[in-house]
Design a protein around this ligand. Sequence first.
Ligand code: ACM
Ligand code: ZN
Length: 521
Amino acid sequence: MDWNMLVPRPRRVETAEGRFRLPEVFRCHAETEGSLAALQAAMDFVGYPIRPVSRASEAHIRLRHRALQSDYYSMEIPPDGPIEVQVDSEHGTEGAASAAWILAAGIVAAGATRKKAANAEHTEPAAEANASGSRDLPAARISDGPRHVWRGVMVDSARQFFPLPVLKRFIDLAALHRLNVFHWHLTDDQGWRFESRTYPRLTEIGAWRDDNTANYAREGGYYSQGEMQEIDRYARVRGIRIVPEIDIPGHVRAALAAYPNLSCRRTELAVPRRFGIFEDVLCVGNVEVHRFLESIFSEVAEVFSGDLVHIGGDECPTSRWQECPRCTERLRVNSATDYTTLHADALRIASRALAAAGKRPVCWDEALDSAPPEEAIIMCWRNPQAAARALELDHEVVLCPTDRACYFDHAHTSDPNEPGRIGVCSVEDVAEFAPESHVPEDRAHRLLGAQGNLWTEGLPFGKWLEYMAFPRLAMLADTLWLRSEEVAGAGERGPRIRAHAERLADIGVNVYRGPYSEVSS
Ligand code: ACM
Ligand code: ZN
């Protein structure tokens, strides 16, 4: 095992003589509850129990919080132990989680996991049967911290409903790659998954769609507020913030099925089975819709602990607004002529509700077509040029361009046997994605990072999510962790990612095994 072969690669590794023998149970001395919990979560993933001890001298591993210059953590692994971890005070749980999950990644790479692979009914037990497992780690000194503060993945739980254990497993895998944002797409045309106390029909009606293809009367599901808080806590302990998304004012057919009066035509509509863009959207000329937005976004702000909430804004046709007396009247009263101003109105109403709860909005780059909420983070998906426009307006930016290797619902290759929709995005395409190259140099400090998006129109199972995510998401995580000058070309990273993919397979991840590019096939 070589610490430099991990994905993401740690920034600085000094190797030393000797090996640290892994104990059956990690006796642990941690300065804070948060860092103890972070370590516990990571060691649980690889099957090493933690026992907290009050005397540092008895510990196999010690976590302390210090002000570190630019790193998130430093870790010394001497042959005789104990492992000494310094966590940067400013980065708290995220710093501790980074250190804890590097250790977990090292244990995975050493073939020393002691836990049966998750979803074990589908896979062989991992290290219990792994004869090459060494149960020790090479001595080293690591100091490390990420280049980008937004290292994310988006999972669409609207097109497909994923049960909690699937999400937790996926969050573990995100943490293993030291990602720190889980963007949770909770509502869309085909399903509303967020339990609302004030609008209960959203999930009574909007969480379900007819399923006449699979012998069930309906399919779907939703998350109770308690379940969403459970996921929030689960992620937080792993250094990951949840950015929940309620997508408005378009992509709301499930909500309109529950509350037809929120649409312009006010007609009964079913939760659709087909995918795409729908003309029926929220009637922004209706004050009932304003109350709806205020109420839902206040609830979302209460359920989730993070300070960011995604308010959507993508793919919203204006055709219904143009035919609607209420929407047309609103335009007239505001002395506006362009119907996209109603789009801006909806986003602003949502943003105000968030601001009242001390939170900030994130929105898709369509917000730039009108007037985006001032404080919004803009998520650029249509093309990377949107980033330059957002930066001109002085917004912070997250990149996930659909044409540049961030849409992991696209197929790995054009082989017709490969699952995926709309396009092809190879592992090498992801390797070539250089976030900084899409923003002017003098604005680079407003680029927060990037994320991979897993839309799930064609992905009904957690195992399929893994297949589409890995190793592309691992490659992206590597890009986002390192400085651009530290990221070598696809050639150098190929073997490292390939070895990493084999390790993921060892622990039961349904990882795509290649080919990694179109050209070589
Ligand atoms: C999107 O892909 N509609 C953001
Ligand atoms: Zn209307």
